[in-house]
Design a protein around this ligand. Structure first.
Ligand SMILES: [Cu+2]
Length: 113
């Protein structure tokens, strides 16, 4: 009886392992969940400098809740230098920033009228 039980348990464990390995479809769902749960709130800022070649910009920014950062002036990376085309130095902006590969990166930005 015990042996049967062990075999049944092993079979179950193997089934679970196979399920875990065939998870990519639901893994995609997890990724979507992750990105929505880390949805970045927008912060206020003012453009001080832009460097499109280096994909960087200096922002004087208000508190960034999702980064637990108080207001300051600092350099950010930008996830896409094309974002800098729609703004110019001196613009008041709303932007979203998050840590990407350890670097604080502006992931979206728009000028505020
Ligand atoms: Cu900062």
């Amino acid at each position: 009886v015990q042996l049967t039980h062990i075999l049944a348990t092993t079979a179950l464990a193997m089934t679970l392992t196979v399920n875990a390995q065939t998870m990519p479809p639901s893994g995609v769902g997890n990724a979507a969940q992750l990105s929505s749960s880390t949805a970045v709130r927008q912060s206020d800022g003012e453009v001080r400098k832009m460097n499109k070649e280096q994909g960087k910009m200096t922002l004087k920014h208000g508190p960034i809740a999702n980064l637990e950062m108080p207001g300051m002036t600092m350099v950010f990376k930008v996830s896409d230098p094309k974002m800098l085309d729609s703004i110019k130095e001196g613009d008041k902006v709303k932007f979203a920033a998050s840590k990407v590969n350890g670097a604080i990166t502006v992931t979206s930005i728009e000028a505020v009228k």
